[in-house]
Ligand binder design. Structure first.
Ligand SMILES: [Fe+2]
Length: 225
């Protein structure tokens, strides 16, 4: 996914509204593979949920993004660059939404691992203890952020631009990178992430995410980036 973005063509289309023809009409983005089997998170998240969430919803964001880029004549192959640039242009809101949702979901899959969850180890534990006092307080605040978020969105653990650990809820497709924050892990709070398994019990889903699914090694790796 790390290819070269064609700045000139992108900016031309943004500011001059010039039609831009793609040199390579093939879709630039593809659905990244799941880091585990669709049934690997059972009994906490069912294979049925992942079949729809990954295979239909995430695939849908990728397909729509490719379609929009083609329609708008935009050549852009770095997803992060698409997100950064489209976030600054109201006219590209649908591009932003689909690009960000592609990025968010890829990050979410890696934020979970079979046999994960519980109190972390390593540098992320030290940061949690320094920031929240103890793990239970962190868990309480993360769950509150997940249950109080109105509508659809995400709950993130981030490092802000002062290198401070924060729990940050975002609405819809919004994400830390456009707020000068480094994402460490995320929990998808859209209903499609949990409704088949937990119906309206979002709190139960967020607690299961923390107790049984969080990939703390992924958070520790992101701390070092
Ligand atoms: Fe989702």
């Amino acid at each position: 996914m790390k290819k070269i973005i064609t700045y000139f063509l992108f900016f031309s289309s943004l500011f001059l509204s010039l039609p831009v023809s793609a040199a390579d009409p093939s879709p630039p983005f593809t659905l990244p593979p799941l880091p585990y089997a669709e049934n690997a998170l059972e009994p906490y998240i069912s294979a049925r949920t992942l079949f729809y969430h990954y295979g239909k919803h995430h695939q849908g964001y990728v397909d729509t993004l490719n379609k929009l880029l083609k329609e708008k004549g935009l050549i852009a192959s770095s997803l992060e660059q698409v997100i950064e640039m489209s976030s600054k242009s109201p006219a590209l809101k649908t591009v932003f939404n689909n690009a960000a949702q592609d990025w968010n979901h890829t990050f979410y899959w890696s934020s979970m691992i079979p046999g994960g969850g519980g109190q972390p180890t390593g540098p992320i534990l030290n940061l949690i203890l320094k920031t929240f006092g103890n793990y239970d307080e962190f868990k309480k605040q993360f769950m509150e952020a997940g249950t109080k978020l109105f509508g659809s969105g995400w709950v993130w653990l981030v490092l802000d631009n002062h290198n401070e650990l924060k729990i940050v809820p975002t609405k819809d497709a919004d994400l830390p990178m456009i707020h000068d924050q480094k994402a460490l892990l995320t929990c998808d709070i859209w209903e499609h992430a949990y409704y088949l398994d937990y119906q309206n019990r979002r709190k139960d889903y967020v607690e299961v995410f923390l107790d049984h699914l969080v990939n703390w090694d992924f958070a520790n790796q992101n701390l070092l980036k």
